[in-house]
Structure formats: C-alpha cells, structure tokens
Design a binder for this molecule. Structure first.
Ligand code: SF4
Length: 454
C-alpha cells in the first residue's frame, strides 16, 4: 500500500482492472496506489460504488462528483467493461437471451474468451433475470442441454455481477439513463457488438436493431428478481457466487432483496447450509425424481448426495419458514417420472418442509433423450400435490423459440484442459453420467407439450 501508479506503469500496458465485481479491499488498495489519501478512501469507495451499481455508469467522465484529475487516473487503472454481447435474441413472448463473450481466463494463448448465456423473462408482476455461474457444467443432468457442455471454467465475481449490469443496460433499468446506453468509451466499447434477432410468428429475423422492451410504468424496475438457474451449478463456484450476490443484495449497490434472489442447486449437500448462513437467499432444489434409482440417472450428483441426505439439508436450511419456503423443481418427463404414484410419493417425501413445487414441462433440445409429459398428465400430477396443500404452479414455457427456456442453455465454448483452467472445483463428472432407466422409460425425442394451454 502507498505506492503510486506511475504514468510509465500505466503506459507499460498493465491491463485495466475490471471495476465491476472488484472487492472493497482490493479497490481501496488500488486507489491508494493511485495516490488517493487514506482519509478520502471511504468517500471514494462510496462514490465509485454508487456510480457503478446504482447509476450504471459506463464512463468515468460521468462521475462528476470526482475531481477531473482523479477521473483521469481512474481511466488509466480501471475498466467499466461489461461482457461483450455476441447476440441478443428476443422471443415472440418477450423473453430475451444474450449470448455473452467473456475475457479469456487462464492461459488461453490469445484464444477468444468463453461464452455464456443470460436470460430475461418479463411477466406481468415481475421481471426475472436468469444468470449463469459457470461456463458449461460438470454435473451432466440428463434432461439439461447445459449438461452436454463440459465445464470450461467458473465465472468470476465480476462476470456474475456483470450479467446483471449488462441486462440493466440493455433494458434501460438504471434511474435516469436511457435504454441500451451501455458501451461508453471507458467500458471498452463492450456494448452490443453482435446481432439482435427478434423472433416473430414468421420466424426469427436478424438485423442490428435496438432493443424493444415493452413499456412499463415509470419508476417500475424491469428486473425485480434474480435467479441462479442459468449455466452451471452455483454451489460449485461458492465464493464467487456468494460475493456476487452480496453486491446484488447490498442496498448501496444493486439493491435486490434477498427474498427476490433464488439460488437453484442440483443438491451439493455440504454447501447448502453454508449458503443459507452466508448468503441467505431463497433456495430452489432441482429434485425431478422421488427415488434414488431414477434420480441417479436424471441428476447424477444424487449418487454422491442421495435424496434423504438432500432433504435433511433442506430441513436444516437456515431461516426456513412458511414465509421462506424452498422451491422444488420437478421437470415433467413423459413415462419417466410423471405417474400419480410418483406425485403421491413426492408429497410424502416433502412432509414437514415448507415447500412449493414448480412443475416444469420438459423443454426439448436437439438430441434430447426425453419427451414432455402430456398436458393432462401434468395437470393431474399438479392436482395431487395441490390437494396435499402444496402450491404446485406449472411453469409456463418461456422463450422456447430462441432456446431460452429452462434447461435449454448451451454455448459453443469448448472445454479447457484441467491445467489450463487452474484451480477450479473438483471434477464431479467422472463416471457419473449413465443412461439406464431413462432409456427404458419414455425415450422419444421431439415432444412438445400443448404450450397454448399453459
Ligand atoms: S441442471 Fe444445472 S447442474 Fe444439472 S447439468 Fe444443467 S446446469 Fe448443470
């Protein structure tokens, strides 16, 4: 601390440090190196936090309560870059999907950075942003498109928070800032570089068009809820996801209520209680089966953490109450997990846990080994659960025409060798994928539920 960055140091090509996601201690240390007196540090940290996360600044020139001299030094040291947009697709139902390119991680020898997907789902009473925590996934759930893409790497804090910042740019979700105003000069020109594709009843039409978010009342936020249900298993990138959600829920930063942030896990049992204690968000469990034999196939991590162990962790989730219920996700697979007997078993399994059960009509993807349950079957399944006193909404498929629905996300990024991705979490995948029961039960690709009835 105390060493000041010199002009030659800046000119020597030290890459700018991404400001989005940078922790307060690291930022303070860099500010001291830039010559900011210790007595001003608290004020400068507050100013920068406000500009980055409350105002959505894309250039240091906007930061008018910071002296011109310091702003010039900030330009040399920091970047306000967002992930680069490769493409933006808009579904006929208003759902948006962004394919985002990240900076290369590890020793990539100049190769382009990996890609991830982020999805925005507008509804009447809320706007949900579904964000990714990893590039690809190690867990190979057999109903999930992401599971067919091997893990490339964990996302950094900045890359996780950057998805929220970028979505707010594109949706005009900053107070006093026009829509789609990302990509100022200090943001490194990282705004929209790819194409905007809007899905229409006649198909998807391309073209470099601006975003077209339907109007909403003044002062109403476009993004009201954050869900960690995109690419990856968030509890296998625990620290970065936790620190990113701390910024998302900090009232002086992005300011979302913890009740409006949901982490969805396939069941990394040892981390569930820790997440509740350290992050305290809402919890969703990808359950999908009521017995271990089937769940071992659908969600292979079940072999390590079987259902009984998972539900015990749920019963002990910090803060669990009727007001803070756990959501159990249950994808409806024709002839696989959708019988009335399984609905009744589900009710018995969850006894005593304040819970809501989301029934998800299976969203097909190319080569998927499953078919979606018939709509009547889904409704009958839901009625059994409902009669037992559990809320059991059937999730309306959103953004299917742009492959943005639940379980459909996949980018083209390829796997790095283990030594290239450095010290990531252990490879949970080895030997855990095995088709067995799914091959015997309902293996017909290409099914569509009666979405018009959803
Ligand atoms: S459902 Fe989640 S944990 Fe399972 S493969 Fe897909 S992204 Fe990974």
């Amino acid at each position: 601390m105390g060493e000041t960055a010199t002009r030659s140091e800046v000119q020597a090509g030290h890459p700018p440090i991404p400001l989005i996601g940078l922790g307060a201690d690291a930022l303070a240390a860099e500010l001291v190196r830039l010559g900011v007196p210790e007595r001003q540090l608290g004020m400068r940290l507050r100013q920068l936090k406000r500009w980055v996360y409350v105002r959505g600044a894309t250039s240091f020139a906007e930061m008018t309560d910071i002296s011109k001299d310091l702003r010039e030094r900030l330009v040399g040291r920091f970047s306000l870059a967002r992930p680069q947009i490769v493409s933006e697709q808009i579904s006929r139902d208003g759902t948006r999907k962004w394919l985002l390119r990240l900076a290369p991680g590890g020793s990539c020898n100049g190769a382009p950075g990996p890609e991830i997907e982020t999805v925005y789902i507008p509804e009447e009473d809320r706007g949900t942003l579904c964000i990714s925590s990893q590039v690809g996934c190690t867990l190979n759930c057999t109903f999930c498109h992401t599971g067919t893409q091997p893990l490339v790497r964990n996302l950094s804090v900045g890359e996780i928070v950057g998805q929220i910042v970028l979505a707010r740019d594109r949706l005009g979700d900053w107070p006093g800032r026009a829509r789609g105003e990302g990509g100022g000069e200090a943001a490194g020109g990282q705004g929209l570089r790819g194409s905007v594709r809007e899905s229409t009843p006649d198909g998807v039409r391309g073209g470099a068009r601006g975003p077209t978010v339907p109007g909403r009342p003044a002062g109403e936020r476009a993004i009201t809820n954050i869900v960690l249900m995109g690419m990856g298993e968030p509890l296998l990138n625990f620290e970065n996801v936790r620190d990113a959600m701390a910024l998302a829920c900090d009232p002086d930063a992005l300011g979302y209520s913890r009740r409006r942030v949901t982490l969805s896990t396939s069941g990394i049992v040892p981390m569930i209680g820790r997440w509740g204690a350290e992050a305290g968000t809402m919890l969703a469990i990808s359950l999908h089966a009521v017995d271990d034999d089937l769940r071992n196939v659908l969600v292979p991590i079940n072999r390590r953490y079987p259902i009984a162990m998972l539900l015990e962790a749920c019963r002990n989730y910090p803060g669990l109450s009727n007001a803070k219920r756990i959501t159990f996700e249950y994808v409806m697979l024709k002839g696989v997990n959708d019988s009335p007997a399984e609905a009744r078993a589900l009710v018995r399994l969850l006894a005593g846990i304040p819970a809501k059960i989301n029934l998800i009509p299976f969203n097909p993807w190319p080569g998927a080994p499953y078919e979606c349950s018939d709509w009547e079957t889904i409704e009958r399944f839901g009625e059994i659960i409902n009669r037992a006193g559990y809320a059991s909404p059937i999730r309306r498929p959103r953004g299917r025409d742009i492959m943005a629905a639940c379980g459909q996300l996949k980018s083209a990024s390829r796997k790095l060798r283990a030594r290239e991705r450095g010290r990531g979490h252990g490879d949970e995948r080895a030997g855990e994928r095995g088709l067995g029961r799914d091959q015997k039960r309902g293996r017909k690709p290409g099914c569509e539920p009666k979405a018009n009835r959803a």
